[in-house]
Each structure stands twice: as C-alpha cells, then as structure tokens.
Design a protein around this ligand. Structure first.
Ligand code: IMP
Ligand code: MG
Length: 174
C-alpha cells in the first residue's frame, strides 16, 4: 500500500508538547486520568503524557467499531473497559482521530454516566469534513482533509502504526 508523508515527526512533537503544556495549565493542582482509546492512540498518548507536568494516572479502553477498514459503522463496542472507577476524577479521553465522531461521542456519553469530576477530549487528528456527530475536541493536534491517515499509532489493516510520522494512504495512481 503506497503512502505519502503528511506531517513530519518534528511538527508532531512540537504540537504534542504544546498540548501537554495546555493540559498542565488547565489542571494545575489537580490529579488527572488519561484514557487512551486503543489501539490507535497509544503513541500519541505516550508522548502527550510525558509533556503533562501533573500527577497522571493512565487507564485504557479498547473499542471495536463495526465496519470495514476505512469506514466506521457507528456501532461501537467497548471490548476492554477501564480497570478502575473514574468517579470524582478529572478524565481526559485520548483519541488518535475523530472522523465521523461516532466513536468518541459514544465513549464521551458512556464515561459521562460514571460521574467523573470532569471529562475532556484530546485527539491528535480531526477530519471535520466527515462529521456525522458534532463533538467538541478540547485538545486537538491537527485538522486533516478527507484522506486516510496512517503512522504515529494509526493503522491501515494493522500496518504502519510504528511509522514515526503521519502519512496518507494513496491509491497508487496518484
Ligand atoms: P469515527 O467513529 O468515525 O470518528 O472513527 C474513529 C476511528 O476510526 C478512529 O479512532 C480510528 O480508529 C478510525 N479511523 C478513522 N479515520 C481514520 C484514518 O484516517 N486513519 C486511521 N484510522 C482511522
Ligand atoms: Mg481509534
């Protein structure tokens, strides 16, 4: 599958560091729980966490979104749930990309019922052109066009997650 570079590693690192500083400022004096949505956000979350200068707990969620490789159906199932209660905690959901918004809106609603003290969303990428459910992203890395993005944790058929930069899958004719 041919790919083309989209955002280089240095640009990503600068943006992620800035998001970490922003979160640090916003939650000064508070403990937070970051909740990376596996698998796509594992690289972003690991880098982001290291730029947050607070007491940070990490807990993971795994979701399955029914649909084919490039389309999410909107039916989301939590396949691995949090290991601890988030009641009374300041929680930040960490996503790799908000595409239609179906996954993150489902998770936001689900975690919202668990009485967190606050619940925010961080996403490395957003594809606003594909929005089906509008979601407010509190900490956003980059906005992208309607392209399929891989690298820095994001996959195409489980490949490219280990790419240190963001790239676009091309059809090969481009
Ligand atoms: P949504 O529910 O349509 O917002 O889709 C969110 C999920 O679909 C993301 O967390 C990704 O796992 C996957 N996804 C959507 N667009 C892309 C993409 O461009 N590259 C890789 N994964 C994507
Ligand atoms: Mg994902």
């Amino acid at each position: 599958m041919p790919i083309e570079p989209l955002i280089d590693a240095g640009t990503i690192a600068d943006r992620v560091a800035a998001l970490g500083r922003e979160i640090t400022r916003d939650f000064l004096g508070k403990d937070i729980v970051i909740v990376p949505v596996l698998k796509g956000s594992y690289v972003f979350a690991a880098d982001l966490a290291r730029h947050i200068d607070l007491d940070v707990a990490v807990d993971f969620l795994s979701v399955r979104s029914y649909g084919d490789q490039q389309q999410s159906s909107g039916v989301v199932q939590i396949t691995t749930d949090l290991s601890r209660s988030i009641e009374g905690k300041h929680v930040i959901l960490v996503e790799d990309i908000v595409d239609t918004g179906l996954t993150i809106s489902y998770l936001h609603e689900n975690l919202g019922t668990r009485q967190p003290a606050s619940l925010k969303i961080a996403s490395l990428l957003h594809k606003p052109s594909r929005t089906r459910v509008p979601v407010e992203i509190d900490y956003l890395g980059f906005t992208v066009e309607d392209v399929f993005v891989v690298g820095y944790g994001l996959d195409y058929a489980q490949k490219f997650r280990n790419l240190p930069y963001l790239a676009v899958v091309t059809d090969g004719d481009a």
